[in-house]
Design a protein around this ligand. Structure first.
Ligand SMILES: Cc1cc2nc3c(=O)[nH]c(=O)nc-3n(C[C@H](O)[C@H](O)[C@H](O)COP(=O)(O)OP(=O)(O)OC[C@H]3O[C@@H](n4cnc5c(N)ncnc54)[C@H](O)[C@@H]3O)c2cc1C
Length: 376
């Protein structure tokens, strides 16, 4: 029978758990389920690549450079730190020795100020943060990982949840699972169609939770060497002129040098001006700050997360929140959705909402809660 968009084909087997989203939270949840003996979980990922907001791009022999998260803080994030060790990944401290440059006014030369001491030390992963999600994915043996599978709709029924999923060919297919772990930002989860609808208070709480860093964009410039260090500069800068508002050293532990910056330009302006203009302005700013040697990077990268439909929603583009939002409830307390659906994206973390460590916390808690409730 040929499937039509209105009549999704049904996959008859019922998976114990379906995970929506293969970022850090989704991949870790799959690993934890496998470690507890669960077989045949489904992991749906809308994009063709895994990792979600974690993205590291290669530049020849220079290494890989983070266009998503860069840092973690082991003193405050012991579970994430343990996971990194367990996966055999190497860490190193963020370079921050030397002066910081301050650009206060257009046309005024940058001021040098002593770098503020970073407490606690920010740590980075050798080879880029994507090493974390790649290692998690490589460790999976008993999970069906389905890239280019976008979950569109969830319907609860007596035996569990039916998920309508758009696969690579564009056709909607219905899959069945006993429980759904929503490993995506609450705002995106609130946009999935649900039958019956989620409790209104839960729906409101999820759709009003901003997705951390969704309105932001990053620029990375790669050089042969970290030449600014010889001038006593840390590579850090703050600018009221822009387009980059905050700049850091992004060099790997040895060899090449790199600088990265977060744009201070609002998402709507960036999207209007386009990537080419943003790159040109960012490169010109690095030259203004760090001199002629910064004018011709051997490689450069630009990633605008506001343009990613599987990270940002139109609501995220209105304003960039200065602080991490408090975590909303992760599940329905009563009604048909109780016990069928749990939010495990990082923003649901009570301790570290929006951080990598938050995704670790929510994956651990979500899987533990499902295992505790599961019928023997
Ligand atoms: C530029 C930037 C810098 C950051 N810096 C740091 C940092 O230095 N330190 C730190 O701790 N944190 C940082 N963060 C935050 C960190 O990246 C996130 O907290 C973390 O990666 C979230 O992981 P997650 O798995 O919860 O969600 P995500 O990584 O957002 O994963 C969600 C996944 O769901 C998929 N998806 C979405 N909709 C669907 C659908 N309908 N069907 C199927 N799949 C879907 C997405 O494609 C994605 O793969 C940064 C983020 C950004 C963007």
């Amino acid at each position: 029978m040929t499937a039509t968009p209105d009549e999704p084909r049904v996959k008859p087997a019922v998976a114990p758990v379906a995970i929506v989203g293969a970022g850090l939270a989704g991949l870790l949840a799959a690993r934890l389920l496998e470690a507890a003996g669960v077989r045949g979980a489904l992991l749906f990922e809308a994009e063709s690549t895994l990792g979600g907001r974690i993205l590291s791009e290669p530049a020849g022999v220079a290494g890989r450079f983070d266009l998503g998260p860069t840092w973690f803080w082991p003193e405050h994030q012991p579970d994430l730190s343990r996971l990194i060790d367990e996966l055999g990944l190497s860490r190193f401290a963020q370079f921050d020795i030397g002066d910081l440059l301050l650009e206060r006014h257009p046309g005024a030369p940058p001021e040098r100020v002593r770098s503020p001491w970073e407490t606690p030390v920010s740590m980075r992963l050798q080879g880029g943060m994507a090493g974390l999600t790649e290692a998690l994915h490589a460790s999976l043996r008993h999970t069906r990982v389905l890239g280019r599978h976008r979950v569109l709709h969830l319907a609860v029924h007596d035996a569990g949840v039916a998920l309508t999923v758009q696969g690579p060919a564009g056709e909607p297919v219905r899959w069945q699972a006993g429980h759904v772990l929503l490993a995506l930002p609450p705002r995106l989860a609130a946009g999935l169609g649900c039958t019956p609808p989620l409790p209104p208070a839960l729906q409101r709480a999820w759709s009003s939770t901003p997705t951390w860093m969704a309105p932001h964009a990053k620029y990375v410039a790669v050089y042969d060497t970290p030449f600014w260090r010889a001038q006593g500069l840390s590579g850090q800068a703050r600018s009221a002129v822009g387009p980059l508002g905050e700049i850091h050293d992004a060099s790997p532990p040895q060899g090449s040098g790199a600088l990265f910056g977060f744009f201070g330009v609002p998402a709507a302006v960036r999207l209007r001006l386009g990537e080419g203009a943003m790159r040109d302005l960012a490169r010109a700013q690095l030259q203004r700050l760090f001199g002629q040697a910064a004018a011709a990077p051997q490689a450069e990268f630009f990633k605008d997360w506001a343009a990613s439909p599987h990270t940002a929603t139109p609501a995220d583009l209105q304003a960039a929140p200065a602080h991490h939002a408090p975590a909303p409830e992760a599940a329905a307390a009563s009604g048909p959705w109780a016990g069928r659906l749990t939010g495990i994206g990082s923003e649901w973390s009570p301790q570290h909402p929006g951080y990598l460590a938050g995704a670790v916390e929510t994956a651990q808690d979500g899987v533990a809660a499902w295992l505790a409730r599961r019928q023997p």
